[in-house]
Design a protein around this ligand. Structure first.
Ligand code: NDP
Length: 442
């Protein structure tokens, strides 16, 4: 059943999320990244909405061409180029991998080749920037708003297609979820793992590519724009490129692990993932770099080192916490966490067909400190990105505000789900590990 709060939030997001993205990008384009000036202009009557709209770049053939080539290229890399990285990169898990058991008891196979797609795309990008010069490395920045329209079109097309597919030709009918509420189903998705053919998995493709492969290219395009405008790239821009680059590379290095995260394991594929991956992620996760094009901040060395340390420590916590759970689950608890055999709580649950399964919830390592310490590390990293931009404007701080809301909401959503799944075993776990994000505080 869909409660009123969820429905109200969904309607709000469906109506306003595209406007929020537009507002942020327009503020940079027309108001030097000030979030308040457009509002003041409108309230004081200095400008009408139509003035702002008329100044907004429209969809162009060039942008449509770039976007189609980009998405088609990522589809080709995803579907037609089997992974070869796992054959020569020690420790990297790629190639054909299995996902988690779905509620209907299905285990999907995935071709894990995101790292390869990322490497090929970036090698071509650098080859063009330094050797071929077919297009300018500032191409993304230069077409940023026209590309926004293309991303929106794809986001809506794919979400609508996913909904129709869920009704008429689902990949696995037993894993579909119908609430009877059109808006909820459109937003949160009907199908669990929609696919075309055996290998084109919507969730894995749209979550990782084109959005996350693009993330580092977008940042590189911003750095190139700084170079073009000011003759140099600031240390803050380098920090954003490096810290976010580590995060993106980590994602692709651990793409097989990603199959076990909430996005793939529990979320259905609807507008939230489809539109979110096409528009929200590439446009709002890259705001710091965009801001630094308009405000080239040069940090003092101490400030830069402080931010770098915060970002790296946050990354370390994020990665180690995720790694500890992954190792624990893969070995069924037969491993060492911080040099000792991990402690855990035994739990059981039923799948929809009534089969009983057993699982374990670890209470050692970072998982003994807090129930979602991986989110805490993620938040520290997110704060570091924002701090690179100084304190003149609030726009670059949107990311930490958004991530705090997203991850706190995710905590609550996940715990609600875990409680429904494990019942009293989950209660035993929360008694053993009482805090969610910050030990002793929350
Ligand atoms: P988690 O990796 O924390 O997975 C939660 C699941 O892990 C639970 O549903 C439960 O699943 C299992 N679990 C919970 N506690 C334990 C335990 N003590 N021992 C063993 N298993 C446990 O969450 P996410 O998938 O949301 O996040 C993965 C990473 O991705 C995080 O680091 C997060 O920060 C990051 N992330 C980043 C986002 C971004 O936009 N940048 C967005 C979302 C996530 P089960 O049913 O199997 O028991």
């Amino acid at each position: 059943e869909v409660d009123w709060f969820s429905l109200a939030s969904i309607l709000f997001l469906l109506m306003f999320a595209p406007l929020i993205v537009y507002y942020f990008i327009m503020s940079c384009d027309q108001y030097q990244c000030s979030l308040t000036d457009p509002l003041i202009d409108l309230l004081m009557g200095n400008k009408h909405l139509s003035d702002i709209w008329n100044k907004t770049p429209t969809l162009t053939y060039a942008a449509a061409g770039i976007y189609i080539v980009w998405v088609a290229f990522q589809v080709i890399l995803y579907v037609f180029v089997p992974d070869f990285c796992h054959k020569f990169l020690p420790g990297y898990v790629g190639g054909v991998q299995e996902g988690a058991v779905t509620p209907a008891g299905v285990v999907n196979k995935y071709e894990i080749n995101g790292l390869q797609a990322w490497i090929i795309t970036h090698v071509l990008w650098f080859a063009n920037a330094y050797y071929f010069h077919y297009f300018s490395p500032t191409i993304i920045f230069d077409n940023w708003i026209p590309l926004l329209w293309c991303a929106n079109i794809l986001g809506y097309v794919v979400s609508t297609f996913a909904m129709i597919k869920g009704y008429f030709f689902p990949t696995n009918a037993k894993d579909c979820k119908f609430t009877g509420n059109f808006f909820y189903d459109y937003m949160m998705g009907i199908e669990f793992n929609p696919r075309i053919g055996n290998w084109f998995d919507f969730k894995l493709f749209f979550n990782g590519r084109p959005g996350i492969v693009a993330w580092t290219l977008i940042n590189l395009s911003y750095a190139a724009k700084q170079q073009e405008l000011y003759g140099q790239v600031t240390n803050s821009m380098i920090l954003v490129n490096v810290l976010q680059g580590i995060y993106v590379l980590d994602f692709f290095w651990n793409e097989a692990w990603y199959l076990k995260t909430i996005d793939i394991c529990h979320d259905h594929f609807g507008w939230y993932l489809g539109w979110g991956d096409c528009v929200w992620l590439p446009y709002l996760y890259t705001l710091q770099g965009l801001y630094l094009v308009y405000h080239p901040v040069q940090l003092c060395t101490a400030h830069a080192i402080g931010i770098l340390m915060l970002g790296l420590i946050g990354y370390y916590i994020f990665r180690m916490t995720n790694h500890q759970k992954d190792l624990f689950r893969r070995t069924n608890g037969n491993c060492k966490i911080w040099g000792k055999k991990p402690q855990y709580i035994e739990c059981s649950y039923m799948s929809v067909d009534g089969t009983k399964y057993y699982s374990k919830l670890m209470t050692s390592g970072f998982w003994g400190w807090a129930r979602h310490f991986n989110y805490t590390g993620d938040l520290m990293g997110s704060l570091a990105y924002c701090l690179t931009c100084g304190f003149e404007h609030i726009l670059p701080y949107f990311y930490i505000v958004y991530m705090t809301i997203l991850l706190t909401h995710r905590c609550i959503r996940d715990e609600h789900r875990c409680f429904s799944k494990y019942g009293k075993d989950w209660k035993r776990y929360t008694a053993a590990v009482p805090y969610r994000l910050i030990p002793g505080v929350f």
